[in-house]
Design a protein around this ligand. Sequence first.
Ligand SMILES: NC(=O)c1ccc[n+]([C@@H]2O[C@H](COP(=O)([O-])OP(=O)(O)OC[C@H]3O[C@@H](n4cnc5c(N)ncnc54)[C@H](OP(=O)(O)O)[C@@H]3O)[C@@H](O)[C@H]2O)c1
Length: 281
Amino acid sequence: MQSTPLFQSRIGLGTWQMGEDPSQAKAECAAIVHALEVGYRLIDTAEMYADGVAESLVGKALGSFASNRREEVTLVSKVLPHHANKVGTIKACEASLRRMQCDYLDHYLLHWQGSHSFESTIEGFLTLQERGLIRHFGVSNFNQGALQSWRKAEANVGSPSRCQSNQVYYALNERGIEFDLLPAMEKQAIALMAYSPLGTGNLARHPGLSLLAAEQGLTAAQLALAWILRHPHAVAIPKSTHLDRVEENWQASQIQLSAATLSQLDALFPAPTRTSRLAII
Ligand SMILES: NC(=O)c1ccc[n+]([C@@H]2O[C@H](COP(=O)([O-])OP(=O)(O)OC[C@H]3O[C@@H](n4cnc5c(N)ncnc54)[C@H](OP(=O)(O)O)[C@@H]3O)[C@@H](O)[C@H]2O)c1
């Protein structure tokens, strides 16, 4: 377990909005299986997504991919803030694991900051780690101030482990974190999990981006994803329930962007020049 990298692939599959319509369940499960078949080794889900149904779909897909290959996949789920005291965090994780028919999660995140103390959430995470139910813990939608408070809380409880990742909105059309949050995360070795990396789908339809991508034989979605992966420690978790798009997005992990392309992208989507409020979906 110790030698497994933090994330086993740099493109992961998001599952928000899966599981909401029972008539789509078969296609959604097929999309997750297809992702695993083409090479995705990272799946992001949460107890919140379709009230746990998305996690059940992930469990079903993992089972049909190959139950004896669980350790090849980095599985991420999240606890809802209102569950996130010590006991609630443990119970929520146990329920997520039951739905996913798994023995452990690779990353368990606090979905966003709520009213429970960070100390109580961390105590829950530490108990889960001791029981082998989670490998790492992290946070989501945390700005610099929240990260700082979290690190203080880790010290307050004498935590032997620390936050490994912050899952935040990051995409070409939403670059705010580059100004100060991302440098702060890099300094603290907190990995970036970029959510909504296609701008919830808008970037895939962006005319300027599509044109630039076409010039390189790419799609706009691929260009948007490859741009995120220019950060060596970042992962991106686009969601799609279309098999062809799942595959198209996966191919972005093989693309290296030239300095010229990066400048063209900067011209289309300028980098932030001042601090801004963290964008949250
Ligand atoms: N931590 C948090 O608070 C938080 C918040 C938001 C999201 N997330 C995570 O991040 C994941 C991704 O974010 P997201 O679902 O909001 O947005 P996204 O991945 O940026 O975009 C998803 C949308 O783009 C479409 N799409 C995907 N690939 C495409 C392609 N190659 N060409 C054209 N359209 C494409 C999808 O439609 P089809 O499915 O029809 O292909 C879907 O409508 C979520 O699923 C979730 O796991 C986390």
